[in-house]
Design a protein around this ligand. Structure first.
Ligand SMILES: [Zn+2]
Length: 89
């Protein structure tokens, strides 16, 4: 099943958790969340890439490029591309 970040869930998550748009590196209020997730690849054993992966929401600073990630699975931010909710399992 193809999954994507649910934009409404992401916005609610960021608001409920008081996630600031202040960059931890340069201090500017320039952190922006991207709806397209990136996949962190589990790299053990090292020679098995590509293997299991972890969907991540990316926060990127428009000023300095500092990049941080939020687990989409842990925070139940995924939805199937056909519109069905994902239960996080
Ligand atoms: Zn920055």
């Amino acid at each position: 099943m193809d999954m994507q970040i649910d934009k409404a869930k992401l916005e609610m998550f960021l608001k409920e958790r008081n996630v600031s748009n202040k960059c931890p590196l340069c201090g500017m209020n320039e952190l922006n969340a991207f709806v397209d997730f990136v996949a962190g690849v589990q790299a053990a054993p090292f020679n098995s890439l590509p293997g299991r992966h972890m969907p991540l929401v990316t926060l990127v600073c428009n000023n300095c490029g500092c990049t941080t990630f939020i687990s989409a699975l842990q925070n139940n931010l995924l939805v199937s591309t056909d519109g069905g909710a994902h239960n996080g399992q």
